[in-house]
Design a protein around this ligand. Structure first.
Ligand SMILES: [Fe+2]
Length: 326
């Protein structure tokens, strides 16, 4: 298959699992402030979904010693696409393993990116069917908008830190058919790449880890669809002592309306006020930003992303035993 043929083999980002040392705080953040529904509890894990997430869960919160991403999973566009992408990964020496899946999802192929992130592919996904009291009158909405906090609609995208951006980007391009919509270069070095397989500007971003660590998470993002909600959420976070890192403002790269906060367990979460730029052209050209316009890249409105955290903090934090042993 040509690169063009495999463009739509990955449908979208389906779910992410995070670990938190403060499960009560993390669940309060996602359920009470971001209005996510709990769909299941099992052992040390709780499964959550936004009111427009189509499946049983988009976020799994698991108690663990340090904040970090456990894994992210992408849904393929067919069962055949899942087999083809797994074969491509194996042929490219990104060996993985098949599992039977877990709550709400079927057979899954698990592999590790060249930088050590756990990424999974799956096709079978159980659609969420709302009970009568949670059914929405809006037919494209999987469940009623809850009356809690400022509720997010759905998971939006994932941003990974990598010690070396380029090999991770190439593996997503070659084996998953994802396209690099925008990139940031620092001289000869790729400082970031923003990839997608659908019309969203990006679903997976990879940014250079300024501390050189491998396989960390920068942030997971949830979608509002209305930039005013970022302002409302900022007020809510301020009132309830959630640490705001930056925003609300709008990125130049992606054109997305952003607000970055830290959930009580320590993972960075972005609220995406709108979807930013949508890519409709089949023959689009990758846009390359350089460091001399980093101010536009980061924030059109003039917000400065804090050097002391934004470009260095990821999860697991570097002082965690887990990261020190890596
Ligand atoms: Fe983001």
């Amino acid at each position: 298959m040509t690169r063009h043929d495999i463009r739509h083999e990955i449908a979208h980002l389906a779910r992410v699992e995070i670990h938190t040392p403060d499960p009560d705080g993390t669940l309060w953040f996602f359920k009470d402030l971001l209005g996510m529904y709990e769909t299941r509890r099992e052992g040390q894990s709780v499964y959550l979904r936004g009111y427009e997430d189509p499946y049983q869960w988009s976020l799994k919160v698991t108690e663990g010693p340090v904040a970090r991403m456990d894994h992210a999973a992408l849904r393929t566009s067919s069962p055949e696409a899942l087999e083809r992408r797994a074969k491509s990964l194996k042929d490219g020496n990104l060996e993985g393993k098949w599992t039977d899946g877990e709550f709400g999802y079927g057979k899954t192929y698990e592999f590790t990116t060249p930088d050590g992130h756990d990424v999974r592919l799956l096709w079978e996904a159980e659609k969420y069917r709302a009970p009568e009291e949670l059914k929405s009158k809006i037919l494209t909405r999987a469940s009623k908008k809850p009356l809690r906090g400022i509720p997010v609609k759905r998971i939006d995208h994932l941003n990974l830190l990598a010690s070396d951006v380029t090999p991770v980007k190439r593996s997503f391009e070659r084996h998953l058919g994802m396209q690099t919509r925008e990139r940031l270069v620092d001289g000869d070095v790729e400082a970031g790449a923003w990839l997608s397989s659908n019309i969203l500007g990006h679903e997976v971003a990879i940014m250079r880890d300024a501390l050189g660590a491998r396989g960390r998470l920068h942030h997971i993002a949830f979608y509002y669809g209305n930039p005013q909600h970022n302002v409302d959420a900022a007020e809510m976070f301020r009132e309830y002592d959630i640490v705001i890192e930056a925003g609300p403002d709008r990125h130049g790269l992606s054109q997305g309306a952003f607000l970055y906060v830290f959930e009580p367990g320590g993972n960075r979460v972005e609220l995406f006020g709108d979807c930013g730029f949508l890519e409709l052209e089949p023959d689009f050209e990758t846009k390359t930003w350089t460091m001399d316009n980093i101010d536009v890249v980061t924030a059109i409105g003039g917000t400065t992303l804090p050097q002391e955290t934004y470009f260095t903090y990821g999860t697991p934090p570097l002082d965690s035993p887990e990261q020190a042993a890596a």
